[in-house]
Write a protein of this length. Structure first.
Length: 153
């Protein structure tokens, strides 16, 4: 899932991947849901979470960039997991921070470009970190430090 902001108005993009019963011959389904948020008071916590996610990802990018080779996911977990949990991230958020940072560094080195600087407020959210109720058209996001944001429209 990615949360993007366009001209001050938050837009929410959800990507659902149906993986049950997937074999090499069966098709892969991708369901996309686009909402414009109409929340009361949740925007501040979401923006705070997105800034924290971006800043933590930038810290991890900087530390990976200073290394000669890109570490494995196991090594990254040992290096960053406890530190990211101290920032208040849930376990899934911490995993996505260092996996996203690894992908950014790997892509930048493949293109022989300079060190990446993150500017956009975007976050990867695991399926355990949100609950979607289609009947009431409500999305509950589990953020850092036990906060929850309820988005409805």
């Amino acid at each position: 899932m990615r949360i993007l902001f366009y001209r001050g108005a938050p837009l929410l993009y959800l990507y659902f991947l149906c993986l049950s019963g997937i074999t090499r011959s069966s098709p892969l389904y991708l369901i996309t849901l686009h909402l414009t948020t109409c929340s009361e008071g949740s925007d501040e916590k979401i923006i705070e979470f997105l800034k924290l996610f971006r800043d933590a990802t930038q810290i991890v990018v900087n530390r990976i960039w200073s290394l000669d080779t890109i570490p494995s996911m196991k090594t990254l977990h040992k290096m960053f997991y406890k530190e990211l949990r101290v920032y208040g991230f849930r376990a899934h958020h911490a995993k996505h921070v260092y996996s996203y940072a690894r992908a950014i560094v790997k892509s930048a080195r493949k293109r022989n470009s300079k060190k990446p600087i993150l500017r956009k407020l975007t976050a990867r959210i695991d399926r355990y970190d949100y609950k979607l109720d289609l009947e009431s058209r409500t999305l509950i996001l589990k953020l850092h430090n036990g906060y929850e944001a309820r988005l409805s429209c």
